[in-house]
Design a protein around this ligand. Structure first.
Ligand code: IVH
Length: 697
């Protein structure tokens, strides 16, 4: 420590600015030496002196505080809420493998997609799948400027101030040749011992305990007050960066080395594997180490090592083709089943739920487990009072695996599945080919109405802050919200009401105003969220986006779906031609939009909301952007899947049948009727080479 530094109160403004820059860099270096390399070069006392000097200078010149200042580590003042952040490239999730066969299938899919010969080695990396929450970190000129949660994958929350307090996240990157703009992806997690200590402290303070380290990490990162986050022992491990220019890494292993050089923690438990046997050996080895690790893991992630191949493999829906999570077997426990409850879902399906004597499975207290459906329940012959084995795997709802029949009481009787809806009393029937028994009164059944409303406001749908499941139930019971449109007339009705919300129990002036504001903010909604919110059977977030992209406006979607009622129509053919939509889902969609009751719901909402035309974000503009393409015959250099994926990445739509909306038909060897149809309709036909030429790669 040089002792010759001038006292802070003698510094000129310029000197102060210079010294703050120097201190930010110096402290970042010592953070790196201490946290990442575990080779500190100065004593704790000297480090504290640096921090104190930085703070003293900032106190004298508050406006000179830098974005990369180490004083952010102690947390910024609380914020009223989190801003939303759109991810430049979506934050994906991983497909799961549960058995070695699933892994074989995964490798075969890669081989087929890349058209690799059978004897070609596919080098993979294996690393632990840490059970935390994913985060994306943006660096500009080596400085941490923005951190976000995953959110729904397209849009997350700005948690920069909180992440700045996480010691393992460098505020300034180390090393040379750092790309100007860099986006890091990784996992924020809490170690087991820290989690236990935190819970002990919470018990003493009469605060609710966290269920597991993952929830503790998530709860800490989503604190509106960053000084609380700063007190939580969080860690970060980096596993990827987004494809950026100026980086020369060729493999996943090199990528991790770059991350390490820049100052991030990367897992030491990683290995390059040459074949499936290597992967399995790694998996088994890690499984035996699992209980002794400092942190929770729930499987192994396998990744194609070659980054060029990773890029070619691309994504399906929301998962990359190049990686998979091989999950560990579920953790099991034994308990007694105290009751069987019948829940009614939003589509009227009756689901049996086991009410259990509370038991701990893998560190989480479980009190309920799903019994799936009537047939499963009968097959396992689950009875009230039985001893049962239950299991829990990661995020999955706990399940009853089997009944321990040796311990069954002689007085027990088989469970009789109700033939009526337990909520509205209407008849519950089973349709042909369906395992589910459904309440037949979709319009009136309160259970279904409430579940539909809960879905409508859920995270991937309208996501209205302050309008959670409990509120929906309350508003429904009071008759204030009975259908989705009621949400958007709530404030107007409240103004006329003799018993306004602010006077109700649990509400006040401020919270009522906040709710109305949150609702107002959602009066403009994207088409894909709107479609998802409708709760059409089988239509999840991915399909909703697909439909939004294809139909562009709500009016067009409604017209096409009504037309598609006629199975000979072009609209029906057009719907079926969409990749990812089979006849079953298409029927559900058309069925939904042709029901007068649903039409009323959609019309009422449309009158209250603004739903802009869905704009297709083509990442790159190319001659294929916006074009509709049909492939036919066998291509020689690309697999069909890769050709399709690459065309889609350039903003093209790939369909299965040639219609007058088709722009190009790409013809491989032995092309049949589609090539002929193209000629008849006067559609431009391309050879494989011409197609590759158009893609410009
Ligand atoms: S690579 C597709 N590697 O698991 C996204 N993910 O569903 C890239 N995770 O949300 C994932 N450890 O946050 C990758 N070693 C690891 C991981 C890992 C944990 C999380 C990740 C993602 C989830 C996958």
């Amino acid at each position: 420590m040089p002792s010759s530094l001038p006292p802070v109160d003698q510094l000129t403004r310029e000197e102060a600015a210079e010294e703050l820059a120097r201190l930010a860099k110096l402290i970042a270096q010592h953070d790196y030496l201490y946290h990442q390399l575990a080779t500190p070069e100065i004593s704790d006392a000297d480090y504290d002196t640096l921090i104190a000097r930085n703070r003293a200078i900032e106190a004298k010149f508050p406006d000179l505080r830098r974005i990369d200042s180490p004083s952010h580590r102690i947390g910024a003042p609380p914020a009223p809420g989190f801003k939303k952040v759109k991810h430049r490239t979506p934050m994906l999730s991983l497909d799961n493998a549960f058995t070695p066969d699933d892994v074989t299938d995964f490798l075969n899919r890669i081989r087929r997609f890349l058209q690799l010969p059978a004897d070609q080695l596919i080098e993979m990396t294996a690393e632990p799948k840490i059970d935390g929450l994913s985060a994306s970190l943006h660096y500009q000129e080596g400085r941490f400027i923005l951190g976000a949660t995953r959110g729904d994958g397209s849009e997350g929350e700005d948690i920069t101030a909180n992440l700045r307090t996480v010691k393992g996240i460098p505020l300034i990157l180390q090393g040379e040749n750092i790309p100007q703009n860099l986006e890091i992806r990784g996992e924020v997690y809490m170690r087991r011992d820290d989690f236990l200590k935190l819970n002990e402290a919470r018990i003493t303070a009469r605060e609710p305990e966290f269920a597991n380290p993952r929830n503790a990490a998530a709860g800490s990162v989503r604190q509106l007050d960053p000084t609380i986050t700063a007190k939580r022992p969080l860690h970060f491990f980096a596993y990827a960066y987004e494809v950026l220019s100026g980086i020369k890494d060729k493999t996943q292993s090199e990528l991790l080395e770059s991350l390490k050089r820049w100052g991030f923690s990367v897992t030491t438990l990683r290995q390059v594997c040459k074949n499936e046997a290597d992967l399995m050996a790694f998996y088994r080895n890690l499984e035996t180490m699992r209980a002794d690790l400092d942190f929770d893991i729930d499987g192994v992630v396998y990744k194609v090592n070659n980054l060029d191949w990773q890029n070619r493999l691309g994504t399906v829906g929301r998962t990359p083709r190049h990686s998979i999570a091989h999950k560990f077997a579920a953790e099991k426990a034994e308990t007694t089943l105290e009751d069987i409850l019948i829940q009614v879902g939003r589509t009227g399906v009756l689901t049996p739920v086991a009410i259990l004597k509370p038991v701990t499975v893998g560190g989480v207290v479980v009190q309920r487990a799903t019994l799936h459906n009537e047939d499963e329940l009968a097959r396992k012959d689950v009875r009230i009072g039985d001893h049962v084995e239950i299991q829990r795997a990661g995020d999955v709802i706990p399940q009853v695996v089997r009944v321990i029949t040796e311990k069954r009481l002689p007085t027990s009787a088989p469970f009789i599945f109700p033939k009526n809806c337990p909520v509205c009393g209407s008849e519950a029937v089973r349709l042909e080919n369906e395992v589910a028994r459904r309440c037949t009164d979709g319009l009136v059944c309160p259970a279904q109405a409430v579940e539909r409303l809960k879905h409508f406001v859920s995270r991937n749908a309208f996501d209205i802050e302050g309008l959670g499941e409990k509120h929906i139930e309350g508003f429904y019971q009071e008759g204030l919200i009975r259908s989705p449109a009621d949400i958007f007339t709530l404030e107007a009705r409240d103004r006329q009401s003799l018993t306004p919300l602010r006077n109700k129990e649990g509400w006040g002036e401020q919270s009522a105003r906040n709710l109305f504001q949150a609702i107002e903010q959602r009066r403009t909604i994207s088409l894909d969220r709107f479609i998802y919110a409708l709760g059409i059977p089988q239509v999840g977030a991915v399909t909703a986006k697909l439909l939004a992209r294809h139909y562009r406006t709500l009016a067009n979607l409604c017209i096409q779906m009504v037309d598609a009622h006629d199975r000979d129509s072009e609209s029906w053919a057009d719907l079926l031609a969409l990749e990812g939509i089979g006849p079953n889902m298409a029927s559900d969609l058309v069925g939904f939009f042709n029901q007068p009751h649903n039409q009323t719901i959609v019309d009422n909402l449309a009158a209250l909301l603004t739903i802009p035309e869905f704009i297709v974000e083509a990442a790159i503009s190319s001659p294929l952007t916006g074009k509709t393409i049909v492939f036919t015959g066998t291509l020689s250099n690309l697999s069909r899947a890769e050709a399709k994926a690459r065309a889609e990445r350039l903003g093209a739509k790939v369909t299965g049948s040639v219609t007058n909306k088709t722009d190009y038909v790409v013809v491989g060897e032995d092309a049949g009727s589609k090539a002929k149809a193209a000629k008849e309709l006067g559609i431009q036909v391309l050879s494989e080479d011409e197609f590759v030429g158009l893609m410009g790669e």
